[in-house]
Write a protein that binds this ligand. Structure first.
Ligand code: ADP
Length: 160
């Protein structure tokens, strides 16, 4: 039985699409660790500390959800924390190829770890951290698409 799952990602910043996946995973697994990935190839808008803090505030009411950060191989991190599954979300067909490749590589690297996919809620199917940042930059009304604390942070950081 897999009890502990890790949901890795950039979360730059967390959106309601991510949170929907977190809540559904938390209903299935005993424990879900949201793990913010330090990716040296990406240039995030929010620092690692800010992304972790925003996730902590947004998930504080979820008892079996924890927030952490990591660098290096996801499988090594999952193994280190005693997890048995990697949680990922799938939106459109365009997500499939990359996610399939990553899941296959992770299975190759550690065959004890399963990747579990959650289909996006259709109301968040178009939602990504990038479109949120773009809409916020041009002062679009994104209030309903991100948690309140993220909305405030985005206004401070992204709006010119
Ligand atoms: P990464 O840089 O690892 O793709 P993201 O923060 O963009 O990190 O996304 C983390 C995971 O959440 C990915 O599996 C992504 O497909 C999924 N995800 C992002 N937005 C949504 C959404 N609106 N609905 C469902 N899954 C999503």
């Amino acid at each position: 039985m897999i009890r502990k799952a890790v949901y890795p990602g950039s979360f730059d910043p967390v959106t309601n699409g991510h949170l929907d996946i977190v809540k559904r995973a938390a209903n299935i697994f005993d424990e879900v660790i949201i793990a913010v990935f330090f990716n040296p190839n990406k240039d995030p808008v929010f620092t690692m500390e800010e992304r972790v803090e925003m996730l902590k505030v947004a998930t504080e009411s979820l008892e079996n959800v924890y927030v952490d950060s990591f660098s290096g191989l996801t499988t090594k991190y999952v193994h280190k924390v005693g997890g048995g599954a990697i949680v990922r979300g799938l939106r459109a067909v365009s997500d499939f190829e990359g996610e399939f490749q990553m899941a296959s590589m992770n299975k190759y690297l550690d065959s004890d770890i399963e990747t579990v996919f959650f289909m996006t809620d259709t109301k968040y199917a178009f939602l990504s951290s990038s479109v949120i940042k773009e809409a916020a930059y041009f002062d679009g009304d994104i209030n309903e698409l991100v948690p309140d604390n993220v909305y405030k942070k985005l206004k401070e950081k992204v709006t010119p």
